[in-house]
Structure formats: C-alpha cells, structure tokens
Ligand binder design. Structure first.
Ligand SMILES: *Cc1c(COP(=O)(O)O)cnc(C)c1O
Length: 271
C-alpha cells in the first residue's frame, strides 16, 4: 500500500541521520529542524515562538554535546539519570547549560535529579513526586515537571493511563517544589501517521479537559510531544515542546528497545 508523502511519518528515517561531528554540522542540523518546525507551524496557523525545541543528547559523547552547546543549545534532554548526571558533572564549566530528564525515574534516583536537573518530563507516580519534592526542599531548589501520559495504550510505554491523570493532578499541589508545566507523551512508533496523530490528539484533549478542573497551582500550558520522526504532526496537534535527538545529533546505534524496555522493534530499520 502506498501512503501519500504528506501523511507519512519519518520514523523510517530513524537510524539514517548522519552523525554530527562539528559545530557546523550542529548549526546546520539545528537550522534544518527549526525550518521544519516553522513549516509545520505555518501549516497549523501557529506562531513558531510557541514551540520550544529540546535537543536530546542521550548516548552521545561529551564532545558532541559541547559542539551542540557551541552551536547554541542551552538545554539538553537525557533519558537516563546516571548518564545525565555524569554529563552534568563533566560540563560544569558551561554554567548556563541546563538539563532536562525525559526518561522514567526510579524513586532511589530522585535525589540525583533534584540536584542537577532544571526540568523533569516523565513524572508518573506520587512516590516519585514525593521523593523529588523531599530532596528539592533539602537542596532549596525547585523543578519544572511534566506528567507523562501513556497515549498509545502499549504496555511497554511508561506513563499514566489517561483516566488516572485527573486524580494524579489533584494530588500534585502538595509538592510545593514541583512546578507543574503540562503533559508529556511518546506516540506509538508507527509508520502510519494517522495512528501517531491520534496519540497527540489524545494528549491535547486530555489537557483541555483537565484545565477545567485543575487546581490553581497547576500549570497545564505545555504539551511535550513529538520527536525526530513525528514532531511535525505533534506541532499540528498543539505541541509546545518537541524533543529531538537524532535529527540534530545523528542516528543512535542502539535500538529504541534499549530506552523503553519491552518496546517492539518491528518498525525499526535494521542496524
Ligand atoms: C530519545 C528520546 C527522544 C528523541 O528521539 P529522537 O528519535 O532521537 O528524536 C524523545 N523523547 C524521549 C523520551 C526520548 O527518550
């Protein structure tokens, strides 16, 4: 079956982005991604200033991160806490570089995140909220957080199921060091754009419903959705943050199943 190019996702490009190896490569890749963001905004009648690009540097070496910094990146997304922590430690000289943790967190690692992260996008349990809040109070810090929602219904994906989110949100004001910014999701990994789009629509609809009942202290302005393969669709559906790794840094040698255990690799290209 042939799919018209305009509704095809570029998940099939995963694994094919060339590695960025110089500041010039990063400058060019960032310009290309920004141009794609602008084109998607134009199609959707949105102001490009309402979409934040979060470059995702997971698995990439310090040299690459420093090149990305030199090309203008001031916040980097990392999926694993320990990797994020050693990179943070190694790059303390870049004092205006901020870190966003975008992957699942275990309670026993909350302490690390509370120390160095500016943003945490994968909040999905009250135990983690409590552990983070406790440590943040001790550190005298606060943290921007996004509630991760499982919009694809896949058991392998982390995140709360949509029906559990309203009660979860009601409980969050108790954790005063957490500044709730909005919701985050990972769409289905599929080459069928319409099924990917449904995940984004689900997140936006949930956010719109939650807004009517959310406690005053809870911000729900942000929708973090979309990655290298599907961020244009996410923008068309209201994304305010897109998390883009491979299109900026180059393909990762590891399969997605390494980052999201249990992920099927049927949609992934051979290595
Ligand atoms: C790796 C990752 C991304 C970025 O994926 P790319 O395919 O590299 O753009 C986005 N969000 C999360 C949670 C990730 O772990």
């Amino acid at each position: 079956m042939s799919v018209p190019p305009d509704i095809q996702t570029v998940h099939d490009k995963h694994g094919r982005y060339p590695e960025a190896t110089s500041v010039e490569d990063f400058t060019q890749n960032l310009a290309e991604v920004k141009a794609r963001i602008e084109a998607a905004c134009l199609r959707a009648g949105r102001d490009p200033a309402t979409v934040r690009l979060l470059p995702v540097s997971k698995t990439k070496p310090e040299t690459s991160l420093r090149q990305a910094y030199a090309a203008g990146c001031r916040m980097l997304g990392e999926n694993k806490v320990q990797e994020a922590q050693w990179k943070w430690q190694a790059m303390q000289d870049l004092s205006d570089l901020q870190w966003s943790v975008i992957g699942h967190l275990q309670t026993n690692k909350a302490k690390l995140v509370a120390r160095f992260a500016s943003e945490f996008q994968a909040l999905d349990s009250l135990r983690v909220a409590e552990a983070l809040d406790r440590r943040l109070q001790i550190e005298g810090r606060s943290l921007d957080v996004f509630v991760q929602v499982n919009t694809s219904g896949e058991a392998s994906k982390y995140g709360l199921s949509p029906e559990d989110v309203p009660a979860f949100i009601q409980a969050l004001p108790a954790f005063t060091a957490l500044r709730v910014r909005g919701l985050m999701t990972l769409a289905l990994f599929s080459s069928e754009a319409e099924r990917v789009r449904q995940c984004f629509v689900r997140l936006r609809n949930l956010r719109d419903r939650l807004r009517q009942s959310a406690p005053a202290a809870i911000g729900l302005d942000e929708l973090s959705m979309g990655m290298s393969g599907d961020f244009e669709i996410a923008i068309e559906e209201g994304a305010t943050v897109v998390r883009v790794g491979q299109a900026i840094f180059g393909a990762r040698p590891l399969k997605n199943s390494h980052f999201w255990p249990g992920e099927t690799s049927a949609e992934e290209p051979p290595l």
